[in-house]
Design a binder for this molecule. Structure first.
Ligand code: FES
Length: 136
């Protein structure tokens, strides 16, 4: 696997918290979060709420995970970890976008063709002043 795509050690990713990372492609960056689903597999979602896309789910010390669901702490929307479906809250019916990731030899890699590299942590370049808001 390409070390530029390594996000985290697989055993850093648990079911009751998230690990934030930054995906890069050229000058473009975005943030994602890793977590484990009930079946033990690792999944990666985009790190913003579909309700207000300038709101991070994980601000650097894990998103809130409650009863096996990701919770947006701004207005309380909840997302199923299996699918990213919002099943409660102001953006109910929306779905978190995913990244393709692969676990190989004890590490998680960003294997999504849309992105060239990944690194752990928040993006320093992320502009939170823009981004659409769904007003309800
Ligand atoms: S910003 Fe996430 S529920 Fe409103």
């Amino acid at each position: 696997m390409d070390e530029e795509r390594r996000i985290a050690a697989a055993d850093e990713v648990s079911a009751d918290e998230t690990v934030v990372f930054t995906a890069k492609s050229g000058f473009e960056t975005t943030e994602g979060i890793l977590t484990r689903r009930d079946d033990g597999s690792v999944i990666a979602f985009t790190n913003y709420c579909p309700h207000w896309r300038d709101v991070r789910l994980d601000t650097g010390s894990s998103a809130l995970v409650r009863n096996g669901e990701l919770v947006c702490q701004k207005h309380g929307a909840t997302f199923e970890k299996q699918s990213g479906d919002c099943n409660f809250g102001p953006c109910e019916g929306a779905v978190l976008d995913t990244f393709e990731v692969t676990v190989d030899d004890g590490a998680v890699y960003l294997t999504d063709d849309e992105w060239d590299a990944a690194e752990p942590g928040l993006s320093e370049e992320r502009d939170l002043s823009s981004g659409g808001r769904i007003d309800f």
